[in-house]
Design a protein around this ligand. Structure first.
Ligand SMILES: O=C(O)[C@H](O)COP(=O)(O)O
Ligand SMILES: [Mn+2]
Ligand SMILES: [Mn+2]
Length: 558
């Protein structure tokens, strides 16, 4: 693929669609389409705006695919997620994503031939290899089977001492499943020990409370992890990780377990990170690893007191930020998501405004732009981040900053300064992940209210709207059997689904600026998120590059 320097950015004019319309591109996070029952929070909530858009089917409203191969994931069983969803929305093409690239590199063994692995393996002789990451089979940020293969591969290639620092999930997988994942990992580590490798779990904590913050919302989260992983200090000490997770679950769910360290018989942490050690962060997804990567890699760092900054050999499973080249060493090359629609559009004069609150800010900027930080042309773009609440679970404030996002978008639309106003409205997703059904209903209404603010502004300026979502979540809050009936656990309790789903998501177009005769085509029945970029480019008056997934719209004469 041509590098940015050689690309011709000029887009062809659309033969039938005019330029100069203000277009709102609204992404509802975690908003899929599913049968209308009591566990479908979008159905239960009052969502008059989204309901009215649906009335436009099939010409102005339809469903598109947002999971599996449609977004570059390994299989059709893989639910969608924000990273791959926004990548597809922004890039207009389907790229093999981190999950798949790591699978391939492990299967072929190429991961061990790369610079990254060679670099860390130089520590294997007399130091420790530390693996830090999310422990589950969720496939959103990491996968247990990849960790298992890497452990085995490192053991076979000379690692003599391995320490695993686990982050429990319960967000991309069922709450409570962490105990089983830790048991599986312990089993693998025992096998390694049988082969003479001193391999143990060294520390842990729940992903949302320890390490996996994102977009610099709360550095305390990363600090808690640092203290346990690097310094070997935590409020809770256990001699076994299974025992730790079982005990700490008495007061917290998997996502929010407090940090713990594993200690030996002398109460000494078994695996702090020290000079000379190698460290690999095993998550392939970037957003929730970037902050730790900065702490591990940057000499100059003032986000919290690291106390000790060990001289280590550090590699990410992937490079998490191509623009920042962070981390500088990595085991698998990330997808090269180039020539995104955002970059094309600014080069063609489309002035762009993007906004969300902190917890989703990078989704409509960094992920949308192909995992690239910052603007393409700062003089033509404005990215606004509304600070998210810190230190709470979002079921406590299910309205989040939906109103503020809607208002910012409204003002940007009315200002006349922008051609594209793009937002992510997080509520369905962030509150859906808490598993709190009542709060998720409130969240969905708040999201709908926010959409209304934006559509009203579009109405006023004679603009166009495109309303869609990145994957499902709030439309289904229970685990179900194959026939769709809710499942109960052995105690008869409903199994709450905190994760995303594999459901399709809606897309709606409209607004007074939409040229008469524009409607959804019916010859792209399998259209997915990647088809949205060409659609939006058309609405801006341009034809998308020929290798983009086809547009979803056509213009018919009346
Ligand atoms: O990171 C998270 O919060 C979840 O694992 C996935 O949610 P997202 O893909 O919507 O961010
Ligand atoms: Mn999302
Ligand atoms: Mn989510």
């Amino acid at each position: 693929m041509a590098s940015s320097g050689q690309v011709s950015w000029k887009l062809e004019d659309h033969p039938k669609l005019p330029k100069g319309k203000t277009i709102a591109v609204v992404v509802l996070d975690g908003w899929g389409e599913y049968k209308p029952d009591q566990y479908n929070c979008i159905h239960v909530a009052q969502t008059p705006t989204m309901d009215s858009l649906k009335q436009g089917a099939p010409e102005k409203w339809r469903l598109i695919r947002a999971h599996g191969t449609a977004v570059g994931l390994p299989t059709e069983d893989d639910m969608g997620n924000s990273e791959v969803g926004h990548n597809a929305l922004g890039a207009g093409r389907i790229f093999a994503q981190g999950a798949k690239l790591v699978d391939l590199a492990l299967a072929s063994g190429k991961i061990y031939d790369g610079e990254g692995f060679k670099y860390i393996s130089e520590s294997f002789g007399n130091a420790t290899l530390h693996l830090i990451g999310l422990l589950s089979d969720g496939g959103v940020h990491s996968r247990l089977d990849q960790l298992q293969l890497l452990l085995k591969g490192a053991g076979e290639r000379g690692a003599k001492r391995i320490r695993v620092h686990i982050l429990t999930d319960g967000r991309d997988v069922l709450d409570g499943s962490s105990v089983g994942f830790v048991e599986t990992l312990e089993n693998d580590l025992a096998q390694l020990r049988g082969k003479g490798v001193d391999a143990r779990i060294a520390s842990g904590g729940g992903r949302m409370y320890v390490t996996m913050d994102r977009y610099e919302n709360d550095w305390n989260v990363v600090k808690r992890g640092w203290d346990a992983q690097v310094l070997g200090e935590a409020p809770h000490k256990f001699t076994s990780a299974v025992e730790a997770v079982k005990k700490l679950r008495e007061n917290a769910n998997d996502q929010y377990l407090p940090p713990f360290v594993i200690v030996d018989e002398n109460n000494k942490a078994v695996g702090p990170i020290v000079d000379g050690d190698a460290v690999v962060t095993v998550n392939f997804r970037a957003d929730r690893m970037v902050m730790l990567a900065k702490a591990l890699e940057y000499q100059d760092f003032d986000k919290f007191d690291r106390v000790r900054f060990p001289k280590i050999r550090y590699a990410g499973m992937l490079q998490y930020d191509g623009e920042l080249k962070l981390p500088s060493r990595y085991l698998v090359s990330p997808p090269e998501i180039d020539r995104t629609s955002g970059e094309y559009l600014v080069h063609n004069g489309v002035r762009t405004f993007a906004c969300s609150e902190t917890v989703k800010f990078g989704h409509v900027t960094f992920f949308w732009n192909g995992n690239r930080s910052g603007c393409f042309k700062p003089e033509m773009e404005e990215y606004v981040e509304i600070p998210s609440d810190v230190g709470i679970t979002f079921n406590v404030q299910p309205k989040m900053k939906a109103l503020e996002i809607g208002e910012k978008a409204r003002d940007a639309i009315l200002s006349g300064k922008f051609d594209q106003v793009r937002v992510n409205i997080p509520n369905g997703d962030m509150v859906g992940h808490t598993g709190d059904i009542e709060a998720t209903v409130v969240a969905c209404k708040a999201a709908d209210d926010s959409v209304k603010l934006i559509l009203d502004a579009i109405e006023k300026v004679g603009g166009i709207y495109v309303v869609t979502a990145d994957h499902g979540n709030a439309e289904d809050m229970v685990k179900r059997n194959k026939s769709g009936e809710p499942l109960k656990d052995k105690d008869g309790n409903l199994q709450i689904l905190t994760s995303h789903t594999c459901q399709p998501v809606p897309i709606a177009i409209g607004g007074p600026g939409l040229t008469p005769g524009v409607r959804f085509r019916n010859d792209v029945p399998n259209g997915g998120l990647a088809n949205v970029a060409a659609t939006v480019m058309n609405l801006h008056g341009y034809v998308a590059p020929s290798d983009y997934e086809p547009t979803l719209i056509e213009v018919v004469s009346n």
